[in-house]
Design a binder for this molecule. Structure first.
Ligand SMILES: [Zn+2]
Ligand SMILES: [Zn+2]
Length: 834
């Protein structure tokens, strides 16, 4: 045989292993890998493999659960390929449409499919080698149903508290352990431990019922009526029980107590008498508690007109912006759309900022839609999240959730409402994917041919422009529902007030007088200060020492209540130093003020007033938050001091005055959206003042009353504001005039961040030219121990150009991270930064 190239190739193939046909499938792993991975499919798995099922696969000696994202195909290969170890699902958990959305997000926001998978799936559906699992305590009842492997896992976890996947592999003495873990998760005996999630506490409710031996007997009822004959309270409780008992002849105790208007001790007495039995039962949070649905008030004439306008707008547009000022009754209009769609057995997704999910709006919708509503939020435990995720497949439901609920496996999505569409919390900042849920919702709707309603009292400039340019439909309601007037807004010039001695602490005399007047009239006040803690700076005037964070280039905020100084970026904290650690000076100065200091100062000035505070420190948990809301709405407090938490989704009947303590701080952010945000915040917080026939008042304290933004806020001149803001962005060339990408290059060593940044910028400049800015150091140069360098890219609004730029941005990121000396450099790409 002549010595030919064919022979060489043949011999090479012989050495590597012959070319052969293999059955292959592509899998997404929950890791930041640039591509999907391919695995060999053994004969026995071929018939069960399906798009969207999870499989257990090896990568670098570790096992992961990944998602199958394509059909099995056969291909001729000559390299070794690892096989799928097991299939974890009987039914797919990811749909093709979901995956279409993932692919769009990956390409638009420059991130990996694995990063999206990590946010898209509830914790219990993702298993990594690093995953820690933990179990329920009382698994003994289930022992009979467990396989040997499952039993060994439960034994070990009950002794050790938690196990890693590696521990389980050791215990079972085999590599493939996901199937057993997975079955135990399905049986609700195991769950994936997530550091940030509260420990699983099942919700228990007290139920009452007739003693079992009598439950069915009419005779018992007559007897019972005789037993309660002497007590009016007990008779009422009995009637309420009959009214509320469900098909299992049980009634929720709290409901009976409420309807009968009696105390719990009445029920207790009846249990003692043997009339009722009481039992505490675990209730799934997904099953709505039984409650009476509320009849909707008919639409007002104005609402009827606006509903017609909205429907007309949908004839020519898939997305409509509804600009409805606070109190205009937007929710009532949403309800009209939701009802119609649910009746047709289709789905509605209702997006809200996370914080608004715990408030009045959810209760209101629950009263209308009862068990047709599914609420997806961060307070659900791991099992509930999986339950809800799976429940999202059924039609005829209203799914209410924060930004990550766009990742649900919808099947019949017809309508998406993005409420408070301007809210910054729709944008995920860290980690990747850095997506904007509002914009992604529009793409999601497109995949389902669904319609989108963007609602806000203060729309984002982006949406406003899209509406004005005719890309979105547009409907506005600039009147409040039921004749309520817009509040009167008064500016207080702080410069004058200080000069003329008209200030007491941080409060102008005008504000203090107005507050006293309102309290005397039996009304309430909200004070807004966009900074929590006592004071943002602790410094020594003798030696210029400042309390600074050791991880970030920033000062530590004083928290007197906790007797600490804390970093608001990384969470670092220290005890409050009694004297200057540098020179010993005992008179340290507290510069600036936050909500905590306002509360202390105001208590001195108005000792009679009942003052509460709502910020991240006092309302960290759902319970704390709800307690403050309850105290304020039941008028146990006269004044509520708060950060922007008080601006969101809350309505209080008796609030007639709102005070903004320092409006200048809102305008001072080094950010192209600062003015827009200030306008939105001031307008939103003003919207809290005045309800039903009483005109509210807003007092704004500022050093620069001549700033044109105040004229816009006072006149509620939206057109004027957006026009001026648009011109400003046009002049300075910022979004939405152009499209932007912000890139952060980070490293623990300053010079490496700098060098990598220089190289990255240089490479980009060669390809995309002036679109990339010079390398610059951000206003806080170091955060969480990382030094940062940034570049800002500005691109024309042209899809082709954008795609090309994004390609280079990602290509060079990979190139830098693969080059010597830069392997540990982190490069974050933020498309459409917020
Ligand atoms: Zn000092
Ligand atoms: Zn810090």
């Amino acid at each position: 045989m002549p010595f030919t190239w064919q022979l060489i190739l043949y011999l090479r193939a012989q050495i590597k292993g012959l070319k052969r046909f293999e059955h292959i499938v592509d899998v997404v792993l929950p890791l930041a890998l640039p591509k999907t991975m391919s695995y060999r499919v053994g004969e026995d798995f071929r018939s069960q493999l399906e798009f969207g099922k999870r499989v257990e696969v090896p990568l670098k000696n570790k096992l992961y659960s990944g998602i199958v994202v394509g059909p099995v195909y056969s291909k001729e290969i000559d390299y070794p390929i690892k096989p799928i170890v097991s299939i974890l699902d009987e039914q797919p958990i990811v749909t093709k449409k979901q995956y279409d959305l993932w692919k769009w997000i990956a390409s638009y926001y420059c991130c990996t499919l694995g990063e999206i998978m990590s946010v898209a799936l509830p914790g219990n559906l993702k298993l990594y080698s690093e995953t820690k699992i933990t179990g329920v305590e009382d698994y003994e009842d289930h022992i009979a149903d467990l396989t040997d492997d499952e039993y060994m896992i439960m034994e070990a976890v009950s002794i050790q508290g938690e196990l890693s996947i590696f521990n389980v592999q050791e215990i079972l003495n085999k590599k493939s352990v996901y199937p057993a873990i997975h079955t135990l998760i399905d049986k609700r005996l195991l769950f994936v431990k997530e550091e940030l999630v509260e420990k699983f506490k099942p919700k228990k409710h007290a139920f009452i019922r007739f003693p079992t031996q009598y439950a069915e007997q009419e005779a018992w009822l007559t007897e019972v009526f005789d037993k309660v004959d002497k007590s009016d309270h007990q008779r009422r409780a009995l009637l309420a029980f009959i009214q509320h008992k469900n098909k299992n002849n049980e009634a929720l105790k709290s409901l009976v107590v409420k309807t009968a208007a009696v105390t719990g001790s009445v029920i207790k007495a009846m249990v003692k008498k043997g009339i009722f039995e009481e039992e505490k039962k675990i209730v799934s949070r997904l099953e709505a508690e039984e409650m009476d649905l509320e009849m909707l008030s008919p639409l007002s004439v104005l609402q009827q007109t606006k509903l017609t306008e909205l429907k007309q707008a949908y004839e020519n547009h898939d997305t409509v912006l509804l600009h409805g000022i606070t109190g205009s009754g937007k929710t009532r209009l949403y309800i009209e759309f939701i009802e119609e769609i649910l009746e047709n057995g289709r789905q509605v997704l209702y997006l809200l900022p996370e914080i608004a999910l715990t408030t009045q709006i959810v209760e209101r919708l629950r009263k209308v839609f009862g068990d047709k509503i599914l609420v997806y939020h961060s307070k659900l435990n791991a099992h509930e999240r999986v339950e809800l995720y799976k429940a999202a497949k059924t039609g005829g439901k209203l799914i209410l959730g924060a930004r990550s609920s766009i990742f649900m496996p919808f099947s019949a999505l017809d309508f998406i409402i993005v409420d408070e569409e301007h809210d910054a919390s729709y944008k995920q900042q860290d980690p990747a994917p850095r997506y904007n849920a509002r914009d992604t919702a529009i793409v999601l709707a497109n995949i389902f041919q669904a319609k989108v309603l963007l609602g806000s009292a203060t729309p984002s400039l982006e949406s406003w422009i899209n509406a004005k340019e005719g890309k979105y439909g547009f409907v506005s309601i600039l009147q409040r529902y039921g004749e309520t007037l817009l509040p009167e807004i008064q500016l207080v010039n702080l410069k004058d007030a200080y000069k003329k001695n008209k200030m007491r602490s941080y409060f102008s005399k005008d504000l203090l007088t107005a507050m006293s007047d309102e309290i005397v009239m039996g009304r309430q006040i909200i004070l807004f200060q966009n900074r929590r803690g006592f004071a943002p700076v602790l410094q020594c005037d003798v030696c210029a020492w400042k309390a600074e964070c050791r991880n970030c280039d920033t000062t530590l905020t004083i928290h007197k209540y906790f007797d600490e100084v804390r970093c608001h970026y990384c969470g670092f904290r220290q005890n409050l130093p009694p004297s200057c650690p540098s020179c010993g000076n005992e008179h340290l100065r507290e510069a600036g003020f936050g909500t905590e200091k306002l509360e202390v100062e105001l208590k001195k000035l108005m000792p009679e007033a009942r003052i509460g505070r709502m910020d991240y420190d006092t309302a960290k948990t759902k319970n704390q938050y709800e307690k403050i809301i309850y105290e304020f709405s039941s008028h146990q407090l006269d004044i509520l001091i708060g950060t922007q938490m008080v601006t969101k989704g809350l309505d209080f009947e008796k609030v007639s005055l709102v005070g903004i303590l320092n409006a200048d701080k809102l305008l001072a952010f080094p950010d192209f959206r600062a003015t827009e945000r200030a306008f939105q915040l001031m307008t939103q917080v003003s919207g809290r003042a005045g309800r039903r026939h009483k005109r509210g008042k807003v007092i704004v304290q500022t050093f620069s009353p001549a700033h044109p933004i105040f004229t816009d806020v006072i006149n509620t001149d939206y057109e004027g504001f957006y026009k001026r803001e648009y011109e400003e962005r046009n002049k300075t060339v910022f979004p939405p005039i152009i499209r932007a990408i912000e890139i952060t290059i980070k490293h623990k060593k300053q010079h490496i961040a700098q060098e990598a940044g220089m190289l990255y910028r240089e490479l980009l400049y060669k390809e995309i030219g002036q679109r990339v800015s010079a390398l610059f150091t951000p206003s806080i140069p170091r955060l969480r121990t990382y030094y940062m360098q940034k570049v800002f890219i500005k691109m024309e609004r042209d899809a082709k150009v954008n795609a090309a730029v994004k390609k280079w941005v990602q290509y060079f990121r990979l190139k830098i991270q693969n080059s010597k000396g830069f392997k540990s450099v982190r490069i974050n790409i933020d498309v459409d930064p917020y």
